[in-house]
Design a protein around this ligand. Sequence first.
Ligand SMILES: [Zn+2]
Length: 303
Amino acid sequence: MRRRGLFAMLVVGALLTGGTACTSPDTSRIVVTTNILGDVVTEIVGDEAEVRVLMKRNADPHSFAVSAQEAHTMQTADLLVYNGLGLEEGVLRHVEAAKAENVPTVEVGTRIDPMEYREGDAAGQPDPHFWTDPARVVAAVRLLADEIVDHVDGVDARVVRERADAYAKKLAELDTDLARRFAAIPAQRRVLVTNHHVFGYLADRYDFRVIGAIIPSGTTLASPSSSDLASLVSAIRTHRVPAIFVDTSQPARLAEVLVSEAGISVTVTALYSESLSDSDGDAPSYLAMMRFNTEAIIDGLSG
Ligand SMILES: [Zn+2]
């Protein structure tokens, strides 16, 4: 009876999620929480295994949730990859449930030399937004290739390693290009004000100063006090900040109200800092996302 129940559940699951019905039941499955890591893992495995990404495109990694069916998918994965360091607050309990079912898991953020927040309410706590530094994504690719080869049955280790090497090379080129592009911004203009503290790693890598954030926290789930906003406006004036960078997955309203009420001359620019766009959008992949953001930051700071 138990087996039959499980079978029925799998059939219903395949019907509900669609797109997987044609996948051979023998195909190993890697489940990934965020869409950025989903893109990275897909680049590494190609067709060697099925990659299931839980977070929708344009969603907020701090708050997205999963369905009961997706929670089940996590608990039956061959490998579960998550960002960690407190990023995916809405799915952490399901990650813990998968661990309890002995699913091999990789918390990428803890293994790429994580930094602590230096500013705001979260100062001293680990910062999960490591993907804003491509060099750390190279480190993530290396460790994910190892974990995939170790834990996912049926993958060709040679293919996985070759794909990981080729992708790491593209990431290294991205890093070199970004360093060159950002270095062209005069040092006094290399200043960042963002929706929340999302660019600590990017600032560290490419020598930006983080002036502040509208939500002075590491998560979008917090909110600013009026004195937080008043001191941010004062910092924006002091440092002559020309642009506030918000995230496309969050409403820009707070930034726009701040700018109009404070009477400051600042543009509000939307970046894909936390989530990929749709496949036909400006940031369908991690590489495209970083290049789009770079040009938008340069544009914003030259205004
Ligand atoms: Zn964030």
